[in-house]
Design a protein around this ligand. Structure first.
Ligand SMILES: *Cc1c(COP(=O)(O)O)cnc(C)c1O
Length: 382
């Protein structure tokens, strides 16, 4: 048996060792790590709401009204008026019949996939799906069929061959690449083969679409069966938690069968109160999305004129592909010396040989911050 220490040493030698930063400030354009002040381009707080005074005030009011913990699972006595109201508002916002809150997006994906598929089904997954979708399929013991990234022709062939297509699962916006899934084609294939499409819009919800309803609004697609939407409250909304939206019978089925919904303590109701305040801001402050888009365009123009090869992503996720982990780590380190925080993303989060800097933007950034980033990038010699 290999010792844990030997295994850890091997990871370090391969440049795959992971270490945590300890933040001494709230998330934001600038963060503090001990005595270091860093300009951050790595959070998912796309709209800059994680530290918004109105959302903080809502959380405080929620804690005073409901206490700090839910005290029980949703099905026992943990489902508060705050949770219920948030579910209704989320369903209304995305245009689905109903929505169901989960404690995290990871748990929501596990819950949906395991409630709706069994060992005789085939689950079709995009190769670049988020770890939570991959783990969800593993949990069901279903047969898993992975198709090349966004390749709907290949998926169509696999669907024809499958005896019992159970579900297609995909990131709607790919978390490490920022590109959109071909949702119209996926939706059509799912309908044609009598299977569900679970779309994980963790990175589109609040960010994409004229009203921030996400990837489906952006692509002018209805949120009706066979689509099941999952989105999180911890990214653009800046809070915590997740929800699944779809038709009423789907939501009732999840309440009966999703084990990651049933066997866990409900989110603190104060978190639901904060998420409601945040959702209201998403609905009313469209300028945040416009500003975000302006910053992304400014970055892309600047980076291209400096000669960097960007991907086709037009979302706030702008990866700079660097290849080997060692190189990504080195460039991340040099940027940090220049006051810029962008941790290197390495395997197994991304495929072998595709280590990268995953640069993300937020409405909390200003144009001058993007200039500082471009300036730093031009001096680290990528
Ligand atoms: C972050 C993320 C999740 C997990 O959501 P949490 O609420 O953080 O557990 C799921 N899917 C994707 C694509 C994500 O980026």
């Amino acid at each position: 048996m290999k010792t844990l220490a030997a295994e850890l040493a091997r990871r370090r030698a391969q440049h795959l060792y992971r270490e945590r930063l300890v933040l001494d400030s709230p998330p934001g354009a600038e963060v503090r790590v001990g005595a270091e002040k860093l300009l951050s381009f790595c959070s998912n707080d796309y709209l800059g709401l994680a530290n918004d005074p109105r959302v903080i005030a809502a959380m405080r009011v929620g804690a005073e009204r409901y206490g700090v913990g839910a005290g029980a699972s949703h099905l026992v006595s943990g489902h508060s008026r705050a949770h219920h109201a948030l579910e209704e508002e989320l369903a209304d916002f995305v245009g689905a019949e109903r929505a169901l809150l989960f404690s995290t997006g990871y748990m929501a994906n596990l819950g949906v996939v395991s409630a709706l598929t069994g060992r005789h089904d085939v689950i079709f997954e995009d190769r670049l799906n988020h770890a939570s979708l991959i783990d969800a399929a593993r949990l069901t013991r279903a047969k898993v069929s992975r198709y090349p990234h966004a390749d709907t022709n290949q998926l169509a062939k696999l669907l024809v061959l499958a005896r019992k297509p159970g579900m297609i699962t995909t990131d709607a916006v790919f978390s490490m690449d920022g590109d959109l899934a071909p949702l119209a084609e996926l939706r059509a294939l799912a309908a044609q083969h009598g299977t569900r499409l679970l779309a994980d819009d963790a990175h589109g919800f609040g960010v994409l679409g004229k009203n921030g309803r996400g990837s489906f609004e952006h692509l002018h697609l209805p949120l009706t069966p066979p689509v099941i939407l999952m989105a999180t409250l911890g990214k653009a909304l800046g809070v915590f938690g997740a929800f699944v939206a779809g038709e009423a019978a789907l939501i009732e089925t999840l309440i009966q069968r999703a084990r990651t919904y049933i066997y866990t303590t409900a989110l603190p109701p104060a978190v639901a109160v904060a998420a409601r305040a945040s959702l209201l801001i998403v609905r009313t402050e469209g300028w945040r999305r416009e500003r975000l888009q302006t910053l992304v365009e400014k970055f892309r123009t600047g980076a291209q004129s400096l000669g960097f090869a960007l991907t086709a992503s037009t979302t706030p996720i702008q990866p700079l592909m660097l290849g080997e982990s060692e190189r990504a780590l080195e460039i991340s380190r040099r940027l940090r010396e220049r006051g810029i925080l962008i941790p290197a993303i390495r395997p197994p989060t991304v495929p072998e040989g595709s280590a990268r800097l995953r640069i993300t933007f937020s409405a909390a950034h200003e144009a001058a911050h993007v200039d500082r980033l471009l300036d730093a990038l031009s001096t680290v010699r990528i």
